[in-house]
Write a protein that binds this ligand. Structure first.
Ligand code: TRP
Ligand code: ZN
Length: 508
């Protein structure tokens, strides 16, 4: 079995470890090359003097506002300035008029939330773009920008427990972030424009509380030149033709992390089919790919059935893929996975994992990552380790237990070949977050748990995890506590060895 195994490792480097541009050589990991204009949040600690000079004053109403460091972040161990404290967003309505040729957007973002403390100012994350005006509860508000922090001072302070509505008018050409080594955020790929934002690039296209801990409902009203199609999260509820333009309205009623919000714009074809359990399957392909479903997507209904059986019901009403050019991987955007076209069409060039296994991986993320989102970015193995383990379960379902065992053994050997960060703490850097260890050793952690507690208990744990934290967040200590609660076993040593120690534990 060494032949297939070797192929599997190369493919892992290229496909699954999307961020690892080094392509399968064990010791190297993704390199982050940021353009000089935008430094990633990982390395930026906002200079937070008590008074700050705004870097851009775009309207006369802009005044100098102090940035309260307590409000300008959510305390993420890896991304301290991402997200903001003091409030909870309930819903975003993002209305954009897009000129894909010029790559400009004109936006109006309506953010509804409520204050979790008395607020003199409200902080949002927004990178680049020009803010034209801001209203809070219908009244013009002062604002300041400092890097990616947008500080808003309403005319009246917002008492704890009070609801608020913020309206931000903005425009410009979105900038990309290179946190994991390739363009993130609003990506202009020529014929197609798409958003892939994990982990920190939602702030490149709308003002956000840009951290998975503050999930919200989303509505998108996207106006594009007539003839183009817009796909986004959730359900397409309206298509309104106008004067040389078309407006597409999409609604995502379930809680969504900002990094999983997406729109895809282009000359796209929609392919629709019913899925199991009443789930509507809709895929968006570049029109020149033709009218036929690409082979790796054909068995999605069978995958849905498998995972619903193992993890509990699929958490949303729709699922599908948006195939996009020039992206070296796939991203589990909620209900609409973005899939790199070149990878999808390379079917046959790889052995294992097959492109179909990557398709299964992204689908599994809808339970683990999307419905249950990480409490902090240090909990990333709860996304990637779980989706990788689920992908191996597809192998087991499709090819049998021997193929599963061979996959486990092959990946273990690969990990044993070089030192790597432990998946429970890969390090405070975007590129390390998606290190192959987070995927493979993270997946092996669940395999080790499976061997320890047995199949029935393992799947009872995974189902409870998906159910108790549905449409919310979960942390690693919470997962360990749940595993111990359901198994009745003391699992401290197992999780400590697999998740936190430098040394790779023995394969059980
Ligand atoms: N979550 C992706 C995966 O399933 C990896 C990833 C993170 C990604 N950010 C991305 C892929 C941006 C494409 C674009 O492995
Ligand atoms: Zn993944």
């Amino acid at each position: 079995m060494t032949g297939p195994r070797r192929v599997s490792l190369v493919a892992l480097g290229l496909l699954l470890l999307t961020a690892c541009s080094a392509g399968g050589s064990p010791p190297s990991t993704a390199t982050s090359t940021s353009p000089p204009t935008t430094s990633p949040a990982t390395t930026t600690t906002l200079a937070l003097p008590t008074t700050t000079t705004p870097t851009s004053t775009t309207t006369p109403t802009t005044t100098t506002l102090p940035i309260d460091p307590a409000l300008a972040g959510l305390g993420d161990p890896y991304f301290p300035t991402l997200g903001n404290s003091g409030y909870d967003v309930v819903a975003y309505i993002v209305a954009l008029t897009v000129d894909p040729d010029e790559n400009t957007i004109e936006g109006l973002a309506l953010i509804s939330g409520w204050a979790t403390q008395d607020l003199e100012t409200l902080n949002f994350d927004l990178l680049g773009l020009t803010v034209d005006s801001i209203e809070v509860d219908g009244v013009a508000a002062a604002f300041t920008r400092d890097g990616a922090e947008l500080v808003v001072r309403p005319r009246w302070h917002i008492p704890v427990g009070t609801a608020f509505h913020v309206e931000v008018a903005y425009h410009g050409t979105p900038e990309n972030l290179y946190t994991i080594g390739f363009p993130l955020g609003w990506v202009d790929a020529g014929d197609i424009t798409y958003v892939v934002a994990e982990p920190d690039a939602a702030r490149t296209w709308f003002p956000a509380n840009d951290h998975p801990a503050d999930k919200a409902h989303f509505t998108f009203h996207i106006t594009v030149p007539a003839g183009l199609t817009v796909a986004a999260n959730g359900t397409l509820v309206e298509v309104v033709p106008g004067d040389g333009v078309t407006r597409f309205t999409w609604e995502m009623p379930e809680q969504t992390a900002t990094y999983l919000a997406t729109v895809v714009i282009g000359n796209l074809i929609r392919l629709e089919r019913p899925g199991p359990g009443g789930v509507l399957l809709r895929d968006y392909l570049p029109a020149d790919m033709g009218n036929e479903l690409p082979a790796p997507l054909v068995r999605v209904p069978e995958m849905l059935e498998l995972y619903a059986g193992l993890f509990g019901p699929y958490p949303f009403t729709e699922y599908g893929h948006a195939v996009v050019p020039g992206m070296p991987g796939a991203l589990e955007n909620q209900t609409l996975t973005a899939f790199g076209r070149e990878i999808l069409e390379d079917q046959g060039a790889f052995g294992r994992p097959t492109v179909e296994e990557i398709v299964a991986h992204e689908l599994a993320h809808q339970w683990f990552g999307d419905s249950v989102s990480p409490a902090t970015w240090q909990d990333i193995w709860l996304n990637e380790g779980f989706a990788t383990f689920a992908q191996w379960l597809w192998v087991e379902h499709d090819l049998g237990r021997e193929a599963y065992d061979a996959t486990i053994a092959g990946n273990y050997e690969f990990l044993a070949g070089a030192p790597h960060p432990p998946p429970g703490d890969p390090g405070p850097d975007g590129s390390q977050m998606f290190h192959y260890s987070v995927y493979l050793r993270g997946g092996l952690t669940l395999h080790a748990l499976r061997v320890e507690v047995g199949d029935d208990t393992l799947f009872a744990i995974l189902r409870s995890w998906a159910e108790r934290h549905a449409y919310g967040n979960g942390s690693t200590p919470e997962f360990i506590a749940l595993a111990e609660e359901i198994s009745g076993a003391d699992l401290t040593a197992l999780f400590d060895a697999w998740l936190y120690q430098a040394q790779l534990p023995a394969l059980p």
